[in-house]
Write a protein that binds this ligand. Structure first.
Ligand code: CDP
Ligand code: CDP
Length: 221
């Protein structure tokens, strides 16, 4: 029963998690939860309040101003309290600080509780780094997406170009590799494939091909 299925999609930056998760959610009419956006929102709170890694303050602000999601014609909206942070959380300052904030155990504990609460009724596809290993260790379907660093930098380069932003490919490659390293080597909930996750190397694969591969597993439920 797809109303009860919980699908975990993990993998490194730009492996295609959010793109395919959104399509799967739509195709099966289930909820999509972008957990990366929640870590980005916590990082936005830290930066905009000059809090550095003061987790107690960051959590206090998040309790007063909970993270929530909405939809618009342009896609998913992210809020911290009443403030629309959809665009702010994708800016470079947040992207470059997010690995540091998401390595704080207390921040993770707070956000993981919120994620489990949202997933408790099932009918959900979640993407992140630790969904299959920590957040939903008993998820019905676990997918681990990877792609070469070069391909992922290329994807981000094209994505930026489509928005009219010219970025340096080598710089992108460096930033992605650096985030991989920080996310994989951190003490708490590092990026790691769950033993029972299905590995898909998406290097050279189209979005449609990745989606159809994952959906073939979903249809077995
Ligand atoms: O989309 P992109 O791959 O750039 O990153 P994201 O999914 O928006 O996640 C941003 C950052 O949040 C990651 O680099 C991780 O440091 C952190 N994150 C995490 O620690 N655990 C998750 N479940 C999701 C994201
Ligand atoms: O969420 P995550 O950071 O894992 O990646 P994403 O934001 O879904 O995907 C990064 C970029 O790669 C997007 O511009 C996608 O359109 C693109 N992509 C692709 O070209 N081919 C794929 N098989 C998957 C994603």
């Amino acid at each position: 029963n797809l109303n009860e299925i919980r699908i975990a999609i993990d993998g490194p930056a730009s492996s295609g998690k959010s793109t395919v998760a959104k399509i799967i959610a739509k195709d099966f009419d289930i909820i999509y939860l972008d957990t990366g956006a929640m870590y980005r929102a916590a990082t936005y709170v830290a930066l905009s309040n000059d809090l550095d890694d003061d987790f107690a303050q960051i959590i206090a602000i998040l309790k007063e101003n909970p993270i929530s999601f909405g939809t618009s014609s342009e896609g998913q909206l992210v809020y911290v309290g009443e403030v629309d942070v959809t665009h702010a959380i994708r800016q470079n300052d947040v992207t470059n600080a997010v690995s540091k904030i998401s390595a704080i155990p207390e921040i993770r504990e707070y956000l993981v509780d919120a994620q489990r609460e949202i997933a408790s009724h099932g009918g959900i596809v979640m993407d992140g780094r630790d969904i299959g290993t920590v957040v939903l260790p008993d998820a019905e379907l676990k997918i681990f997406l990877v792609a070469s660093v070069e391909e992922r930098a290329e994807r981000r380069y094209k994505e930026n170009l489509a928005k009219g932003i010219e970025t340096d490919y080598e710089q992108l490659k460096f930033e992605i590799a650096e985030r991989d390293r920080k996310d994989s080597t951190r003490e708490v909930s590092p990026l790691k494939q769950a033993d029972d996750a299905i590995l898909i190397d998406t290097t050279g694969m189209s979005i449609a091909a990745v989606v159809s591969k994952i959906e073939s597993f979903v249809k077995k439920f």
